[in-house]
Design a protein around this ligand. Structure first.
Ligand SMILES: *[C@@H]1O[C@H](CO)[C@@H](O)[C@H](O)[C@H]1NC(C)=O
Ligand SMILES: *[C@@H]1O[C@H](CO)[C@@H](O)[C@H](O)[C@H]1NC(C)=O
Ligand SMILES: *[C@@H]1O[C@H](CO)[C@@H](O)[C@H](O)[C@H]1NC(C)=O
Ligand SMILES: [Zn+2]
Length: 393
């Protein structure tokens, strides 16, 4: 078993390192067409294939994901419960479903009834203790010897608080959140298990090198004038003319590739496990007989903010000045030692993200607010004229 997994990792890491981007691309060349006719289509024929990097890494990510199958967050009881719900066996409207459970418990003198009322009360008041206010105080209903009357009252109070929601709405939202938290947890684990962390460091080095080059391009005029390499001063004369060298320099120096993966991992596992634990505690109260109820219960206490994302699976990168972050395909690619393909792919995208900080979307121009109107205008004209690719987001 141990040997098997050692071998498995060896194969994965080995196949990652051996990845020859150019060989992959060369394999796609359309040998039956003449490069003189249309070189581009000869080298990149239309075909049924995705980005090469995605095609290369998808199965590697998949295998790493499979190797995590035993992990706690991949085996949540609440997910199992959600998958076991049989539509049709349950009233759509939450209050009707709750009422049926209550009436059944009441009529059968089920000792779990008090707990059921308490859990419902906690849910309606978003409060884990026994504290409650007037209409949310449900425990009293347990004292009514007329179960029909108590059930009616119970139902109308639940309906008031749940806006007659259908249980599917809760199930959907739970599934979505759980999938999102798992997705972000997996991403970090794949980064670690696949030894891709060095890719982040490499991307950060690309960025630092590019910032250095940029800073040379925008050096202050009189400083450069004393320099024998006078050519440089002609690179970006408008930056000198507008006196925004310092401002641009400050913006560029701010930038870094964020690597707070520990925080992403912790936050997303916390969110997952909180929901799972609330569910498990509730489920145990009823010996697993009312797991849909308990899923809805845990929904009311689940984390509903945004968890940290600095790593995801997308084929894209994001600039959230002062930091930028990249999708796994780029990071995995940059972990590879093959430098030409790294610069051509991850490096190119780093440059793109760097320029987002310098050439902002005119409607969201925050980073160079104290430049002259003319300088801003110049940058915005660049934005409008040069790159279709800036007309995003
Ligand atoms: C129980 O309550 C219902 C509704 O309030 C009422 O119609 C019914 O007569 C009551 N039953 C008894 C046995 O009092
Ligand atoms: C993570 O989520 C994204 C979209 O949100 C999806 O495209 C991707 O396949 C998911 N990846 C995994 C490993 O679950
Ligand atoms: C750039 O384009 C936007 C909308 O397309 C326009 O409102 C703005 O005035 C343009 N800016 C310049 C400097 O041309
Ligand atoms: Zn962009």
């Amino acid at each position: 078993m141990v040997l098997k997994s050692v071998l498995f990792f060896y194969l994965i890491i080995n196949s990652t390192c051996a990845y020859d981007f150019f060989r992959d691309a060369i394999n796609l060349i359309d040998q039956s067409s003449d490069p003189c006719d249309d070189f581009y289509r000869h080298a990149c024929p239309v075909g049924d294939y995705d980005f090469l990097v995605l095609m290369k890494y998808a199965p590697i990510f998949k295998e790493l994901e499979t190797s995590q199958e035993e992990s706690a967050w991949e085996n949540l009881k609440i997910e199992e419960a959600l998958n076991n719900i049989k539509p049709g066996e349950i009233e759509n409207e939450i209050s009707a479903y709750f009422e049926r459970v209550f009436l059944d418990m009441c009529q059968n003198n089920d000792p779990a009834m008090t707990t059921f009322l308490l859990r419902t009360q906690q849910m309606l008041s978003h409060e884990m203790s026994t504290k409650c206010r007037a209409e949310n105080c449900l425990l009293r209903l347990g004292g009514d010897s007329n179960c029909t009357r108590a059930a009616n009252d119970f139902k109308s109070r639940v309906a008031k608080k749940t806006d007659s929601s259908h249980y599917q709405e809760y199930v959907l939202k739970l599934r979505e959140n759980i999938a999102g938290w798992k997705n972000k947890t997996r991403a970090v684990n794949i980064l670690l298990d696949g030894n891709f962390k060095v890719g982040v460091d490499n991307i950060n080095s690309f960025l630092m090198n590019m910032v250095d080059v940029l800073l040379q391009w925008i050096q202050v005029y009189k400083y450069i004038a004393k320099n024998p390499f006078e050519l440089i001063l002609q690179e970006t004369p408008w930056v000198n003319d507008q006196k925004i060298n310092r401002a641009l320099e400050a913006v560029a120096r701010d930038l870094f590739v964020i690597d707070e993966y520990g925080i992403q991992l912790r936050e997303n596992i916390d969110a997952l496990m909180k929901t799972e634990q609330d569910f498990l505690k509730c489920s145990a109260d009823f010996s697993g007989k009312h797991d849909l109820f308990c899923s809805i219960y845990s929904y009311h206490f689940m984390f509903n903010g945004r968890t940290t994302t600095v790593l995801h699976f997308g084929y894209d990168a994001t600039n959230r000045h002062p930091y930028i972050y990249f999708g796994m395909p780029f990071i995995a690619r940059a972990a590879n030692s093959e430098m030409a393909a790294n610069l051509g792919l991850a490096g190119y995208v780093v440059g793109h993200e760097l320029s987002h900080s310098l050439i902002e979307n005119p409607s969201k121009s925050y980073l160079l607010p104290y430049s002259s109107a003319e300088a801003i205008n110049c940058i915005q004209t660049q934005y409008n004229n040069t790159c279709a690719e800036f007309k995003e987001v």
